[in-house]
Design a protein around this ligand. Structure first.
Ligand code: PLP
Length: 429
């Protein structure tokens, strides 16, 4: 939402988001836009390295949320009064911002969801139940997040379809030979993560989509971990579906989007019924609204959508190449300094990698690592990262994971390593 829309009650209605103006990238200045990063944890400056779980929010997003509730809050699409019209405009503007962010051809191809999980479940339930037949195959990879595994297991069990899995090598790179072997005439859908949350591996989704389409299959991309790190262009990728969560790209929790090619979405039945998704309702039967409403039953998270629009506008205004170079430097620096910690093993060392440093430390359970790091103000994630097949592949119950965002600095990684030295001192090799 723009500055004008943050005026007190009675201010102008939110305008459709304008094309973002490029601005220089200085990680320290960008960091200062995130109030939470200035707080202390356990008496130490916060070192936030859990960005794959959720990113922090810049002032632009906090103000957009606050401004919406202070000045424009109303339900959308349902009333002629001014607030409802303003809220509807703001909601529609957010959809247009998502469209532009993904480079989708048409805003009707953008469905607001609660996040990646809901987007994938939508496709599994609406497309999968209508299209999968006994013996059809859905091709996944070992490195998928549970939210890109379980929805397919549920619909496959119901439809008699089969889930197949493309393995990964020791570095965490997808085995492309196996992918081509497994892709066959029975494959109806390839569902693959753009970037792995447990390993950081970046998958060649455009190549996978080309091969899948040649085999007559559709492609769903789980973009949860890509949106804050890669330039996403659903048309260049030729993804049939692309799901992401707002909270992983500097936006609020509870909102995300699913992109789907228009013809596919139009052919799919709705998956949830309720207000706003219908054209007519009678006890003899009901008919459905056009896209995108057909897939947005009930009151949506209007403020969340506005916050997501603000996040994407904020992020898109940064020079992407400079951000990418900064993140590449952080990843290289983190890899180097962590590799020097005695007994530390990095899990996920693909040459095609982004923003994730998963590791184990000999003789220390990952949960102990997490707890001890927290005492130093360092926030990392420990556990299976909702990717139990990855843990199984590497024969570990869990890892500790430092994950990066554009506001991190080399100092954060140095603080992590200093804190790990204290852990090592408590658990000598
Ligand atoms: N896919 C990947 C790769 C993820 O990392 C995550 C969250 O960590 C998800 C899907 C699920 O995202 P959400 O919980 O926001 O729906």
């Amino acid at each position: 939402m723009n500055r004008a829309s943050r005026t007190p009650a009675g201010g102008p209605a939110p305008a459709a988001a304008a094309a973002p103006a490029p601005r220089p990238f200085d990680p320290r200045r960008v960091r200062a836009e995130f109030p939470i990063l200035a707080r202390a944890v356990r008496g130490k400056p916060l070192v936030y390295l859990d960005n794959a779980a959720t990113t922090q929010k810049p002032v632009a997003v906090l103000e957009a949320l606050d401004g919406f509730y202070r000045a424009h809050n109303a339900n959308i699409h349902r009333a002629v009064h001014t607030l409802s019209q303003e809220a509807t405009l703001a909601f529609d503007a957010a959809r247009e911002t998502v469209r532009r962010f993904l480079n989708a051809a048409d805003a009707r191809e953008v469905i607001f969801t609660r996040g990646t999980t809901e987007g994938i479940n939508l496709v599994a339930q609406a497309w999968g139940r209508a299209n999968l037949r006994a013996g059809d195959e859905v091709l996944l990879t070992t490195m998928e997040h549970h939210s890109n595994i379980v929805p397919w297991q549920l619909v496959a069990a119901e439809r008699g379809a089969v889930v197949r899995v493309v393995p990964i090598d020791d570095a965490g790179t997808l085995d492309l030979d196996a992918f081509h072997r497994l892709l066959g005439p029975r494959t109806r859908l390839v569902a693959v993560g753009h970037v792995s949350n447990a390993l950081g591996t970046v998958n060649p989704v455009a190549d996978l989509a080309r091969a899948a389409h040649a085999a007559g299959a559709l492609v769903l991309v789980d973009g949860a971990q890509a949106v804050a790190h890669a330039r996403v262009d659903v048309r260049a990728l030729d993804a049939d579906f692309y799901a992401f969560s707002g909270h992983k790209v500097f936006g609020p929790t509870g909102i995300g989007a699913l992109y789907g090619k228009r013809a596919l979405l139009e052919a799919m039945p709705p998956w949830q019924g309720g207000g706003d998704m219908i054209r007519t309702v009678s006890f003899a039967g009901s008919t459905w609204a056009d896209l995108p409403s057909k897939f947005e039953a009930g009151t949506p998270d209007v403020a969340g959508a506005v916050g997501l629009g603000a996040a994407l506008a904020w992020f898109s205004a940064l020079p992407f190449d400079a951000v990418a170079a900064h993140e590449a430097d952080l990843l290289a620096h983190g890899t180097e300094v962590l590799s020097r910690v005695p007994g530390l093993r990095l899990v996920g060392t693909s040459p095609h990698k982004a923003s994730v440093l998963s590791f184990t430390l000999d003789g220390v359970h990952p949960h102990d690592i997490g707890t001890l790091l927290d005492l130093e103000g360092v926030a990392v994630r420990t556990g299976h990262h909702c990717a139990q097949p990855v843990m199984e592949r590497y024969g570990v119950p869990a890892t500790a994971r430092a994950s990066l965002a554009l506001y991190n600095l080399r100092d954060d990684l140095d603080a992590l390593v200093a804190a790990l030295a204290k852990v090592r001192a408590l658990f000598p090799l």
